[in-house]
Design a binder for this molecule. Structure first.
Ligand SMILES: O=c1[nH]c(=O)c2[nH]c(=O)[nH]c2[nH]1
Length: 306
């Protein structure tokens, strides 16, 4: 007889990151997305599992994860609550040893990028304001005034119009070529203003910020992308083409990978609908684009993380 008591216990797979795309309208060009973080906790007859090593009552956490992704395909995600109810009932009804299931869902909300083109059908910006910053350096000897504006934490996604193929293949390459993938990134952008703009007493900094932000978003949404590097260049060029006061743009773009979940083992076909949103590792694409003849001033050594 043990002198210790196994009290409350529960287990399951936590933080299943899942993104779904539902295609509607004309040729499925109108995309609806849902972006969830789903955690499963099962309670029931798990004494043996803890005390003797007999796993006869143990539904693997891996299975709970697979169920989340398979249910997204089979039933869709109507709402966090509806999806959680489906899952909770499934676990309890499917396995007599499971008496209670608790499903926790976080949903990340997205707005459409509003652009005057059809890109709004598949381009999204995550809800919540980005962080705006400014760095001003004034040299008393030279009188030089340097203004670098920036934004960070601006997360964007294109649910189509992104491909990646034709890359180098060496003996370590396993990446498959992609002809329709999700392209998502959390933008950190810094841009340096010309000395003329910086010295202008009436310069409208708020307006300038809004313009730069809008042009970057529009370029992200409207660029049919063959790499995040190409999108980076397009975003910076759009700003330089439209914002006369900006001389230089530096972008740090983590490639927030979304992997198509293999649903074949469950007899389900994944038609680019259900994705696993990985938060690590991530590709990190960085670069500076400046006007010809201008000396770049923005630091290239900052440590940016996704
Ligand atoms: O847009 C991309 N650029 C890359 O350099 C790269 N490398 C990779 O594995 N995936 C991607 N995607």
């Amino acid at each position: 007889m043990s002198k210790h008591v196994l009290a409350q216990n529960q287990y399951g797979k936590a933080e299943n990151r899942i993104v779904t795309i539902t295609r509607q309208g004309n040729e499925g060009a109108w995309h609806e997305i849902r972006d969830l973080n789903v955690s499963v906790a099962l309670r029931g007859e798990f004494r043996e599992v803890h005390l003797t090593g007999d796993n006869g009552n143990c539904l693997p956490t891996d299975t709970t994860k697979n169920t989340v992704y398979a249910f997204a395909k089979e039933h869709g995600i109507a709402s966090p609550e509806a999806f959680a109810i489906l899952l909770a009932k499934h676990f309890v009804h499917a396995q007599p040893v499971i008496h209670e299931a608790q499903i926790r869902v976080e949903e990340f909300a997205w707005d459409r990028v509003s652009v005057p083109t059809r890109a709004e059908q598949h381009s999204f910006v995550r809800k919540g304001q980005e962080v705006r910053t400014a760095q001003v350096t004034y040299n008393g000897h030279t009188g030089q005034l340097q203004v670098v504006s920036s934004l960070k934490e601006l997360t964007v996604m294109n649910s189509t119009n992104s491909e990646f193929h034709g890359f180098i293949k060496d003996r370590y390459t396993t990446l498959q070529e992609a002809y329709d993938r999700i392209l998502a990134t959390k933008v950190t952008a810094r841009w340096a203003h010309s000395a003329t703009a910086a010295g202008e007493p009436e310069f409208d900094w708020d307006r300038s910020y809004r313009q730069v932000r809008r042009h970057m978003l529009e370029a992200f949404a409207e660029t049919y992308s063959y790499s995040l590097q190409q999108t980076l260049n397009a975003m910076a060029e759009r700003v330089l083409d439209n914002c006369g006061s900006v001389n230089e743009v530096r972008l740090n773009l983590p490639n927030k990978h979304h992997f198509l979940v293999d649903l074949e083992p469950f007899g389900l076909k994944n038609d680019n609908e259900v994705y696993y949103a990985a938060d690590r590792m991530y590709g990190l694409i960085e670069g500076t684009i400046h006007r010809d003849g201008v000396q770049p001033v923005i630091a290239t050594s900052d440590w940016i993380t996704a």
